[in-house]
Ligand binder design. Structure first.
Ligand code: ATP
Length: 280
């Protein structure tokens, strides 16, 4: 279990960006403009947005894996991060057992490896080849590996790519359980709009800049979100309301939208209000 933070740091962000701006390599063309972002202890925050909207770039910049054109990223001193990359990047053909994979790059004991696998619902997979795993098993092995460092923050970049609908739902349930058990915050990129709505504390809708941000309920009714996701957004909202009519959180503040003068990316409503969208 991750040790609780001192009270003085309880509300402080684990990672924060201010006016984060990234350019396409070798150009001055912005991939992300003036993004203010923060994740606090214990939160599940999901970043949504169309293909190419800069979601992965934001994650990489927050982790310090990408140079900034301007702005600032602050990570809490001593922050331990468990990273689950996009599945495609680790879909390797070289023979390797799950057990060996879990010891890369830091060697772990047999007991630690088995406990991590058990905690993500795949006990006993240690001797299996990575290439023999199903998509769902592979994602759980990736998550087990990320948990081995006892992270304060789990970062997952489209963790359910290639999974079927029941597999997606089961994976997000596991993420919520991990958060409950370890107290770790979770930052993820996802395309699974409905499941995102159900399992996140906060959703950030990105399209080269922050289009809108707030509780799932707030974002799903925001015009910026609807402009980006169209019919899919409307369907998501209907399902979200249906599933959550017992559990709406009315305490949260209003949706935050960017101040005047921010750049509109393609697909972002050009006439949305600059100011504050009232909460539900
Ligand atoms: N190494 C790179 N060189 C050049 N352009 C890049 C590089 N990495 C990202 N980009 C560009 O930056 C933009 C944002 O890419 P990014 O991968 O962050 O988007 P994304 O929202 O994660 O997309 P997807 O949903 O398709 O994964 C895209 O236009 C992409 O082509």
């Amino acid at each position: 279990m991750t040790p609780p933070l001192p009270a003085s740091e309880a509300a402080a962000a684990l990672i924060e960006s201010q006016a984060l701006t990234i350019h396409r390599p070798g150009t001055t063309e912005p991939v992300l403009s003036h993004v203010d972002f923060r994740i606090r202890p214990g939160e599940i925050v999901t970043v949504v947005g169309p293909n190419g909207s800069g979601k992965s770039s934001l994650i990489r910049a927050l982790l310090g894996h990408m140079p900034l054109a301007s702005g600032r990223v602050t990570r809490r001193a001593g922050l331990r991060i468990g990273y689950v990359p996009q599945r495609v990047q680790l879909d390797i053909a070289i023979p390797m057992t799950v057990r060996r994979f879990l010891s890369l790059p830091v060697r772990v004991s047999e007991a630690e490896a088995e406990a991590a696998l058990a905690s993500t619902g795949v006990p006993g997979l240690g001797p299996r080849q990575l290439t023999q795993l199903s998509g769902g098993q592979f994602q759980r092995v990736l998550l087990a590996r990320a948990l081995l460092s006892d992270p304060h923050l789990l970062v997952l970049d489209e963790p359910t790519q290639g999974l079927d609908q029941p597999g997606i739902v089961a994976f997000y349930q596991l993420i919520e359980e991990v958060r409950r058990r370890t107290g770790a915050s979770v930052l993820m990129v996802s395309h699974d709009l409905l499941v995102v709505m159900r399992s996140s504390d906060r959703v950030v809708c990105l399209n080269g800049h922050v289009c809108c941000e707030g509780s799932p309920q707030q974002v799903s009714t925001a015009p910026e979100y609807r402009a980006l996701f169209g019919a899919e957004a409307a369907g998501t909202l209907a399902l979200y309301r249906h599933n959550h009519d017992h559990d709406h959180d009315h305490d949260r503040g209003p949706v935050t939208v960017m101040p005047e003068g921010h750049r509109h990316g393609p697909g972002c409503s050009a006439d949305h209000g600059h100011g504050t969208v009232p909460g539900p």
